[in-house]
Design a protein around this ligand. Structure first.
Ligand SMILES: [Zn+2]
Length: 208
């Protein structure tokens, strides 16, 4: 796949939890390695599900050479001069600066493969993903299977003590047991969700 003679571009893999995003990211990384491309894998510091330096999918595919970054801007500091493919997992947890970094990498001729959640548990756009979707040369939106009805799942259901999390529940929840399920639009349940959602990122841009 080549989008320009210089060779750089951005691919975004997005979708709900359990949709296979990390598995697809790692599949593309493996194929690049077979093609003898030099690769670096990055992820934000917030995701410590499987230990600090491992990228793992829910089905057990993993690799242990991810570089953990406290902020998006640090990625360029960690970049090796001969790297040709830059993979970024859990990209939704980075600040908006990740879009500038991805653009810079693509402009330098790198292939950028980013994967992340496109919506938070409320069903609203997640962090820098809307920007990345518009800037990427290629976007793949993966679906999970709704655990309720078996339809294609596009949303992540958050449960606290087995009940749907409310719209205004804190993102970091202390106490109680928290879990997540893949669900379709119809089965996604967010008690207390306003008819008019919180201000969209677009409005912030209009003001600046
Ligand atoms: Zn459903």
């Amino acid at each position: 796949m080549h989008f320009q003679s210089g060779g750089g571009w951005i691919e975004l893999i997005c979708g709900s939890m359990f949709s296979g995003k990390t598995e697809e990211l790692l599949r593309r990384v493996r194929r690049s390695e077979i093609a003898r491309r030099r690769i670096q894998l990055f992820k934000p510091q917030v995701d410590i599900r499987y230990g600090r330096e491992q990228v793992a999918s829910h089905n057990g595919v993993s690799r242990g050479d991810a570089i953990i970054l406290e902020s998006a801007a640090l990625l360029l500091d960690q970049l090796q001069s001969d790297t040709e493919v830059v993979a970024v997992d859990e990209v939704q947890f980075f600040d908006d600066a990740i879009t500038t970094v991805c653009q810079e990498l693509a402009d330098r001729g790198k292939r950028v493969i980013a994967a992340g959640l496109d919506q938070d548990f409320r069903g609203e756009p997640f962090g820098p993903i809307p920007l990345l979707m518009s800037l990427a040369e290629r976007v793949d939106k993966l679906h999970a299977i709704c655990v309720r009805c078996g339809a294609s799942a596009t949303r992540t259901q958050r449960l606290i003590d087995g009940l749907p999390a409310r719209y205004d529940d804190p993102v970091i929840f202390v106490g109680g047991s928290e879990s997540y399920e893949a669900r379709c639009r119809d089965c996604h349940d967010v008690p207390g969700r306003p008819l008019i959602p919180a201000p969209a990122p677009l409005l912030d841009y209009a003001r600046t």
